[in-house]
Design a protein around this ligand. Sequence first.
Ligand SMILES: [Zn+2]
Length: 223
Amino acid sequence: MRRCGVRGCSCADPRLLASVPNAVTLARTALSLGLVAAAAAERSWPLLLAAYLAYWVGDVADGALARRLGQETRLGAVLDVVCDRLNCSSCALTLLLFVPSPAPVTVFLVQFVLVDLVLSLLPLRWPVLSPNYFGLVDPLVHAANWHPLAKATNTGLLVVLLVGVPDHRVALTAAVAVLVAKTASLVRVLRLPRPTSAHVVPVGPVGPVGSARATRPARAARA
Ligand SMILES: [Zn+2]
């Protein structure tokens, strides 16, 4: 397939399995799982924090490396989404050992492992490299879910509120609000018209890809 020139279109997928970013994804997943197992066995808060950090730092690093090396692939995006569930859910389950009320973590787990998993894989119905480029299809859903700030909030807010705010009803309210927002995003994506081209056709002002506006998707679709 000829490349259309739209950054983030799946026609630019290098179809790599063995790549540096994928190795980083697997390494950070294994490291975080090891730390979380030690944290649970020792009931150690610092080890749990280290497990979260291995997950967060590794998750930022694998994505940044993929972009810098030109090794973004749809397979890598799926691997990343699956490994995020492993790391984040194991960390959150261990967090239950340290908090008096299980409700905020339980709501978070339902949101992250059920709703957000489906929501993160649905963008691959469209010919985009990963959810990070879903702004080419729906800028609003992209901004609410895959803008770097939105991603950091989704996994980090719960921990910050549970640790920083003594009243756990605050964390519960935040977790419910995120669940509602994620469900609304899921419904919106399910209602979007299905793609008609083998290439992504950008709509409106796009999120992460400033150059996409200057491209010629109509011509590209015929290429
Ligand atoms: Zn394309």
